[in-house]
Design a protein around this ligand. Structure first.
Ligand SMILES: [Zn+2]
Length: 104
């Protein structure tokens, strides 16, 4: 497993703007997730940035972290732009595109 800082650095190196996110780790069985409150607003961390929680599967390797963060970023952009979350298929396409260019 890699550290949050490694995940952030690797994703930044892919040209993905990480300023939007505050990363945190939580034990669990998902890759990662963002959270919305009842009104649809995204949950933000203490920094005011959007909270992105990564779990073990999203931190197996730098490639997994990049794909997970790209997936969640696709959801976030959709929510901010339209008020609605993008589909899993759309987010996964975005993740695979980010992963495709990954070079360790
Ligand atoms: Zn998703």
């Amino acid at each position: 497993m890699i550290l949050l800082q490694q995940a952030k650095a690797a994703t930044s190196r892919q040209g993905i703007d990480m300023r939007v996110f505050e990363l945190r780790f939580e034990h669990g069985f998902y890759y990662g997730y963002i959270s919305q409150i009842g009104t649809g607003s995204l949950v933000r961390g203490e920094s005011g940035r959007i909270l992105l929680t990564l779990q073990e599967s999203g931190l197996v390797s730098e490639g997994d972290a990049i794909e997970t963060i790209a997936h969640e970023l696709n959801h976030v952009r959709s929510i901010l732009k339209t008020g609605f979350i993008s589909s899993e298929a759309t987010a996964e396409t975005s993740a695979k595109q980010a992963g495709r260019y990954f070079r360790a």
